[in-house]
Design a protein around this ligand. Structure first.
Ligand code: PEP
Ligand code: MN
Length: 366
């Protein structure tokens, strides 16, 4: 009896190998079909084709498996093939993390973002309002060891009658303040026609949430070699956000930093909802650095510290936040910018004061 079982098992082993060989052969054909589908822009999932295959299989089925069992076995095979096709697509994207591509580190005037060790801090006012305001703020953040200074000169405002930014004059003021205090200057670009001015005055081109899918703008700044900080759109999916980054890489600009800044949800107590899973997923699926804007995500000063901790805990490469000498009279985002004393308290509460680029392992214990 035992020898009989052993011999039957030998037959099964042989058949297993034959089935595996056939499955692999089938998978290669599926990959070839997947490639053609990708080239022609058609979907990998074709329910009509799948139903036809299942019908043909059940018609040919003489048992002993029931039709339902045959169907479920083959559905598994179809599913595995589709996953293979999707994986294949992902590998072709320039933003995709893949074995042969390490983490992208973006260097801005000596500050490296995406090293996996020291999260950076980008701090400065929401908007550049005057020479004095931008200069004192730059002096303050520089005195605390910040190297990346933000300030908007072209402001995307919901209300057309509200302060729109100082435009090119603001860029010049931001540049001068950054230079005076040894800082790199991050500013939002809204129009491709302003690119020459940004090339001259800014170190980082920020693409705001409202322009994440302005493909003309993305294509234009993709031609630049200036680092780009790409905010996630107000209601953009993670895939749409990553695809926007793909535009930049495709155009030849490798210096892309993703920025999660909260998404619009039904929750009214925060301005936006910080999507921490998007940070983890962007880190997992792409090789780009990811920073979190804690000012616009919560829209509340009392959330800056916990949101910063959450962002760093989940693997963000840095934080962006807004500081203003006197938020009560700020021309934009009065509610969420912090004054200098609160900035000091923020640095202390988040651990950024120890050394501005604190070792995450030391400060957060993992
Ligand atoms: C900003 O950072 O100044 C800004 C306008 O942010 P967002 O585009 O994320 O709304
Ligand atoms: Mn703002």
């Amino acid at each position: 009896m035992e020898t009989k079982i052993r011999s039957l098992r030998d037959d099964i082993d042989k058949l297993n190998l034959e089935i595996l060989e056939k499955l692999s052969e089938r998978a290669k054909i599926a990959e070839a079909i997947g490639e053609l589908q990708t080239q022609t822009g058609s979907s990998h999932y074709d329910p009509v084709r799948e139903a036809e295959m299942l019908d043909a299989l059940t018609a040919a089925n003489d048992g002993p498996f029931s039709d339902a069992t045959v169907k479920s076995l083959f559905k598994q095979i179809f599913q595995a093939s589709m996953q293979l096709e999707q994986e294949q697509d992902k590998k072709t994207y320039l933003t995709s993390r893949s074995k042969d591509r390490g983490d992208t580190i973006v260097e801005i005037r000596g500050t490296r973002i995406g090293t996996g060790e020291s999260p950076v801090l980008i701090a400065g006012p929401c908007a550049i309002e005057s020479k004095e305001q931008v200069d004192v703020t730059a002096a303050k953040v520089a005195s605390r060891g910040v190297t990346l200074f933000r300030g908007g000169a072209f402001k995307p405002r919901t209300d057309p009658y509200s302060f729109q930014g100082l435009g090119e004059e603001g860029l010049k003021l931001g540049r001068a303040a950054a230079d005076a205090h040894g800082l790199a200057f991050v500013a939002e670009i809204m129009d491709a026609r302003d690119l020459p001015a940004f090339e001259q005055y800014a170190d980082v081109l920020q693409v705001g949430a409202r322009n994440m899918q302005n493909f003309t703008l993305l294509k234009a700044i993709g031609q630049s070699r200036k680092p780009v900080l790409l905010k996630r759109g107000l209601s953009a999916t993670i895939q749409e956000w990553v695809m926007a980054a793909e535009y930049l890489l495709y155009e030849g600009n490798p210096n892309v930093i993703l920025c999660e800044r909260g998404i619009r949800t039904y929750e009214p107590t925060t301005r936006n909802t910080l999507d921490v899973s998007a940070v983890a997923l962007a880190k997992q699926e792409t090789h780009l650095p990811v920073v979190v804007d804690v000012t616009h995500s919560g829209g509340r000063r009392d959330l800056l510290v916990p949101l910063t901790k959450a962002a760093l805990a989940i693997g963000a490469d840095g934080i962006m936040m807004e500081v203003h000498p006197n938020p009560a009279v700020a021309l934009s985002d009065q509610k969420q910018q912090v004054d200098f004393d609160s900035f000091d308290a923020y640095l202390e509460a988040t651990g950024y004061d120890k050394k501005l680029t604190p070792d995450r392992h030391e400060v957060y214990g993992f």
